[in-house]
Design a protein around this ligand. Structure first.
Ligand code: PMP
Length: 432
């Protein structure tokens, strides 16, 4: 069943001829939910407008970056002003220092930062640095966590890889994959056991401090602390991938919220205010190993791009001034409660997870505590729900295993619209 208008449908036909699978990033293709993708023309605040003139409450927010909503005037103005002065210099500009100062001030563990162009690039660079600093090759990641599409990381990855059922992509050399150990998320005893055996070989542990690429799975009490402890004991580095959580779950991200300090942090999304961005940062002695102050090579033609820096700095400045995290949490709680109520009264099992303004509604009765648990969610039912919500003007992430995000523009009217649509959809789903 398709809920897509005629212009979207025509564009989708053409897209499949021009782009592999019709898209530039797999999960956009709606393969996990059925129907055909919607083509958008414009975003404003909490809303997206498609090419057929339909309006949607946007719960994707570009997969996290748009914490201020679409086209926030501060961001638009800052980026426009930057572009008017030239789109790229390939040389230093004060805008880089402005964003660096803000990142260092907000994120507790970052003393020095390097800007790159995507989350994938940030993670690849941080891993290279960890391997160089420790002289070890093995990295540890967790089941269902996604850290971009770098070769070493495309092993038991979540997000699009999970949705499409290709956790190990063809083209990833076996020799590299063999250096990535995958442990169950939220399983502290499994981590302790692995480190007892192989701790001396491990360069780093990389983790989403709030897992969000298997749907949102918050860390169990003590899990992040265990990671810190085993890393310290074995000489491995701890990397928090805060691409999703950075600046979202608190000013200083998950490391502030949970009070655990990683050695290195990767950032993207909110960092660039909706422009292609990324960064990795951490202890000064570690960052000093990066070229040109040290021997570890990493570079980028467009890194520190003025429009990106300006949009990011405007976003972080607006956040620092508004301090919206409590209000975002309150809106998130309202959405969580409303969804739970709607499906409970309809008699449809649903488990909602949430940390502040990010969350997931899993179609299952069990606790969403780890990857094994969330895999039991009813993905066919989610697909139907997605279509029903789309028909009712709500744009949800097109996969059961992704997070919804709220922005400061998601006011009561936007949340009430989502909940009204959810109540109707729940009743339709209850009928089977
Ligand atoms: N790490 C995490 C935690 C992510 O969620 C993502 C993307 N959603 C990435 C890394 C990769 O970022 P990008 O898509 O910008 O390469």
């Amino acid at each position: 069943m398709s809920h897509t208008g005629s212009r979207s449908a025509a564009l989708w036909r053409e897209a499949q001829d021009l782009l592999p699978g019709g898209v530039n990033s797999p999960v956009r293709a709606f393969k996990a939910v059925g129907g055909t993708p919607v083509f958008f023309e414009r975003g404003e605040g909490a809303y997206l407008f498609d090419v057929d003139g339909n309006r949607y409450v946007d719960l994707v927010c570009s997969w996290g970056p748009l914490i201020l909503g679409h086209a926030h005037p501060n961001v638009v103005q800052a980026a426009t002003r930057a572009i008017e002065n030239g789109s790229s210099f390939g040389a230093p500009s004060p805008l880089e220092l402005d964003l660096a100062r803000k990142v260092i001030a907000m994120v507790p563990s970052i003393e020095q930062v390097r800007f790159v162009n995507s989350g994938t690039e940030a993670v690849m660079s941080a891993i290279r640095l960890a391997r160089a600093a420790t002289g070890r090759d093995v990295i540890v990641k967790f089941d269902g966590c996604y850290h971009g599409h770098g070769d070493s990381l495309l092993v038991a990855a979540g997000s699009g890889a999970l949705t499409l059922g290709v956790p190990d992509s063809p083209g990833v050399p076996k020799a590299l994959a063999a250096l990535t150990a995958v442990l169950p998320y939220n399983d502290a005893p499994a981590v302790e056991q692995f480190f007892a055996q192989r701790g001396h070989e491990i360069a780093c542990v990389i983790v989403e401090p709030v897992a969000a690429n298997m749907g949102v799975v918050p860390p169990r009490l003590g899990f992040l602390e265990t990671l810190r402890r085993v890393c310290d004991a074995s000489g491995a580095l701890l990397i928090f991938d805060e691409v999703m959580t950075g600046f979202r779950v608190a000013a200083g991200g998950a490391q502030e919220l949970y009070g655990v300090r990683p050695d290195l942090t990767t950032l993207s999304k909110i960092l660039g205010g909706g422009f292609p961005s990324g960064a990795y940062g951490g202890r000064r002695d570690l960052m000093a190993r990066m070229s040109p102050s040290g021997p570890v090579y990493q570079a980028g033609t467009l890194s520190g791009n003025p429009a990106v820096m300006a949009a990011g700095a405007a976003t972080l400045a607006t956040l620092a001034q508004k301090k919206p995290w409590e209000a975002l949490d309150a809106q998130g709680a309202k959405l969580e409660q409303g969804l739970a109520d709607a499906f409970r009264s309809a008699g449809v099992p649903l488990t909602v997870t949430r940390v502040g303004s990010m969350g997931t509604a899993f179609f299952m009765g069990d606790e969403a505590s780890d990857f094994a648990a969330v895999k039991r969610a009813d993905t066919a039912r989610f697909g139907r729900y997605h279509g029903l919500m789309l028909e009712r003007g709500v744009y949800l992430p097109p996969s059961q295993f992704e997070a919804w995000f709220l922005s400061t523009a998601h006011d009561d009217a936007a949340i009430d619209h989502v909940l009204a649509a959810a109540r109707e959809s729940a009743l339709v789903l209850a009928k089977g």
